[in-house]
Design a protein. Structure first.
Length: 303
């Protein structure tokens, strides 16, 4: 295909927390970039990934879940999500298969109507309901926004997701690619490494610790020599002394579990051996400190 026939553009993936945005993006890209967790508000920054084929290029922006902010970190996340909508060509809005449309969805619908962009509604998690419940959900949403298309699917199971990429290309503008065809993400490796450690912490800690953890990569260096080996030192930051004890666990067992799980995934990603060292520090109420949330990579100036 000549450059004039290629289509390239930006697509925002939006929705309330925990509707499966990162799972869908990882599925469409074909590899894991965004971390996933059953806890809401897992994605904190705008994560940019790239899908390329013979038709052109789709740059996906996976946004934090839109929710009622309870602290400065929450305000930052919602601002990231809404600002992203002004930078894209098409919007993928993910919702769950229900006829109940809450205040959060109503707010998103109002914002989308103002933008005048093509919006594709993805009714995700159809594997969690009976088939006859899907049509009423489609009907209910169709009444609040004039959608370009509506696609029911299951991002987790990969059901009906093959229709999404062709639909997106329909609405993208013609133009050259933004990135080299080999590019999958513009996220720095250190940021992806920090996110992987945070994901493994969220999984291992389950319900014991809320979302008050961040991960800082203190050092990430590859050793010279034949065998590929990375030394990674990272600190898990939490908000309370009691949380620190839980993250470390009895005789360091919880920290060891997090480290083992993170090391395995880091080695897969880097295709190299990883020497991972983890520490835990307490920074009281860091989610309400402008200085600390900026320090941990959530800077409003970079939105």
């Amino acid at each position: 295909m000549t450059e004039e026939q290629l289509k390239s553009g930006f697509v925002a993936i939006i929705g309330r927390p925990n509707v499966g945005k990162s799972t869908l993006m990882n599925h469409l890209i074909g590899q894991k970039i965004a971390i996933t967790s059953k806890k809401p508000q897992t994605t904190r920054n705008k994560i940019q990934t790239v899908y390329t084929d013979e038709r052109g290029q789709i740059v996906f922006l996976d946004t934090p879940g839109i929710h009622k902010a309870k602290n400065k970190l929450g305000e930052y996340m919602v601002e990231v999500a809404y600002r992203t909508l002004k930078e894209v060509d098409v919007i993928l809005w993910l919702v769950e298969p229900t006829t109940f449309i809450g205040a959060g969805e109503q707010k998103i619908a109002e914002e989308l109507q103002k933008l005048g962009l093509p919006v594709i509604l993805i009714i995700n998690k159809i594997d969690t309901v009976e088939r006859e419940e899907i049509l009423p959900a489609i009907d209910r949403y169709r009444k609040i926004v004039d959608f370009a298309e509506i696609i029911p699917c299951s991002a987790l199971r990969g059901t009906n997701t093959e229709d999404i990429i062709p639909s997106l290309f329909k609405y993208l503008p013609y133009g050259p690619m933004f990135y080299d065809p080999e590019t999958v993400t513009d996220q720095p490796m250190r940021q992806i490494a920090a996110e992987i450690i945070r994901e493994k912490s969220l999984h291992a800690l389950d319900e014991e610790i809320p979302h008050g953890i961040a991960v800082a990569i203190d050092r990430m260096k590859s050793r010279p020599g034949k065998a590929r080996l990375y030394d990674i030192d990272a600190t898990i930051i939490c908000e309370r002394d009691s949380h620190k004890g839980i993250i470390i666990g009895k005789s360091g067992s919880m920290l060891k579990k997090i480290g083992t799980n993170a090391r395995y995934e880091l080695e897969q990603m880097l295709e190299a051996k990883v020497n991972l060292k983890l520490w835990v520090k307490v920074k009281k109420d860091w989610r309400d400190s402008d200085y600390l949330i900026r320090n941990f990579g959530y800077d409003k100036k970079e939105i």
